[in-house]
Ligand binder design. Structure first.
Ligand code: IPM
Ligand code: MG
Length: 420
């Protein structure tokens, strides 16, 4: 900030006790969101003028929910990386940890305790590990960690926009089950999945007795407004990428598909630079394997997005590398409130062994910085650090190949933190 006279003006705004400070540095007007800590006075210049000094530091409140399986061990590495970001970018994180999933069932009797929800509501973002495991698979489906924690969290915070980047690094194509000739050079597809509508939440829903036998009903419902808002997210994402959007539906069978296609086409008129095409979901499942590089952004409703994003993740070959963001309507001081989690699950078979790949969790921190905290530079620093560490030859077991160095969860986390 330099001397007192360099401080152009200070605009106070009270939201979340964060103030926006505007100042002039080397002739350039700068703007910075900061959390106010305290003031003091000091003398500047020959004439001993008094200038006020603000002690300020950007501070973000994060709810940290490690969950089950490998969740806690990869979360430890994510926290290590947050520590590195704190020192490199002069910001601070207030990390409030809470129980979720199986561990919460064991301690609190439910997968999403009220206390956890409260901590999440009080934060600017949720950093989520993973939930579930064999121990809780015998519970009634509605009480199991995945259904009883993740779905209510999505609904409670209106997290309608699920961004699932499927990135295959050029030097990791060997890990993919798809022929290397098809994916040489890697690929980068972004799945934008609608997350709070469709068959997951539509009513009526349930199993009842009809004519002497159980009948199951799930209802697929989409309001036009729900399609419009997710379509905007997808088109906006496409504008920052290769400007190609593939919208997925089943318009040859489902009424939902007809409305989906019509609505996405309409929204597309607002984005003339984006090349839009439509695929039926069954065809899309084939094309994604035949030529993943033919896709840039894929937009899908809830269930189709669930299925296709797993397919894309598998094609990248390294589920342990893929982060995700679930964004809602609620705005934070500098972005949108969201939940950030690895795309992979709890991997109970390797949990507690210190060998899980922490990269998906670490890249989820990057997405959090970008989308909820308005810190794209810090997000980029994390992505670059991950790429550098991969380029240096360090590999966890899931992405290991001959001639590279096999390391555990902690060594991978430390290397990435050091590269920031
Ligand atoms: C996902 C998962 C969840 C979903 C399950 C665990 C409820 O598969 O996030 O993709 O179906 O959305
Ligand atoms: Mg899924």
């Amino acid at each position: 900030m330099g001397e007192g006279r360099d401080v152009g003006c200070i605009n106070g705004w009270d939201r979340h006790r964060i103030i926006q400070i505007t100042y002039v540095l080397e002739g350039e007007r700068q703007s910075l969101p900061v959390r106010f800590i305290s003031t003091g006075f000091f003398g500047v210049g020959k004439n001993e003028r008094l200038a006020s000094l603000l002690y300020l530091m950007k501070t973000f409140k994060i709810a940290v929910l490690p969950g089950d399986g490998i969740g806690p061990e990869v979360m430890t590495e994510a926290r290590r990386v947050l520590g590195a970001v704190e020192s490199r970018f002069s910001m601070s994180f207030e990390l409030n940890e809470a129980r979720v999933g199986g561990v919460a069932i064991d301690h609190d009797g439910e997968a999403l305790p009220a206390k956890t929800l409260e901590i999440c509501g009080d934060a600017e973002a949720i950093l989520f590990g993973s939930v579930g495991g064999p121990k809780w698979e015998t519970l009634p489906p509605n009480e199991q960690p995945e259904r009883a924690a993740l779905l209510p969290l999505r609904k409670h915070f209106g997290l309608f926009a699920n961004l699932r980047p499927a990135v295959c690094f050029p030097n990791l194509t060997h890990a993919s089950p798809v022929k290397e000739s098809i994916i040489a050079g890697g690929f980068n597809v972004l799945c934008v999945r609608e997350l709070t509508g469709g068959l997951y939440f539509g009513q009526p829903k349930g199993i009842s007795e009809v004519d002497g036998e159980p009948v199951a009903i799930d209802t697929m419902v989409y309001k036009k407004s729900e399609i419009v808002r997710i379509a905007h997210v997808a088109f906006k994402a496409a504008m920052t990428r290769d400007r190609r959007l593939t919208s997925i539906d089943k318009a040859n069978v489902l009424e939902n598909g007809v409305l989906w296609r019509k609505t996405v086409t309409e929204v597309g008129k607002e984005y003339p630079e984006v090349a839009l095409n439509h695929l039926y979901v069954d065809n899309a499942a084939m094309q994604l394997i035949r030529n993943p590089r033919g896709f840039d952004v894929v937009l899908a409703e809830n269930l189709f997005g669930d299925i296709l994003s797993d397919e894309m993740a598998m094609i990248t070959g390294s589920l342990g590398m893929l982060p995700s963001a679930s964004l809602g309507l609620k705005e934070t001081a500098l972005g949108r409130f969201g939940l950030f989690e690895p795309s992979g699950g709890t991997a109970p078979d390797i949990a507690g062994k210190g060998i899980a790949n922490p990269i998906a969790q670490i890249l989820s921190v990057g997405m959090m910085l970008r989308y909820s905290l308005g810190e794209p530079l810090a997000a980029e620093a994390i992505e670059v650090a991950v790429r550098r560490v991969i380029d240096s030859g360090l590999r966890t077991g899931d992405i290991f190949s001959e001639g590279t160095e096999r390391v555990g969860t902690e060594a991978m986390g430390r290397a990435i933190a050091a590269a920031i």
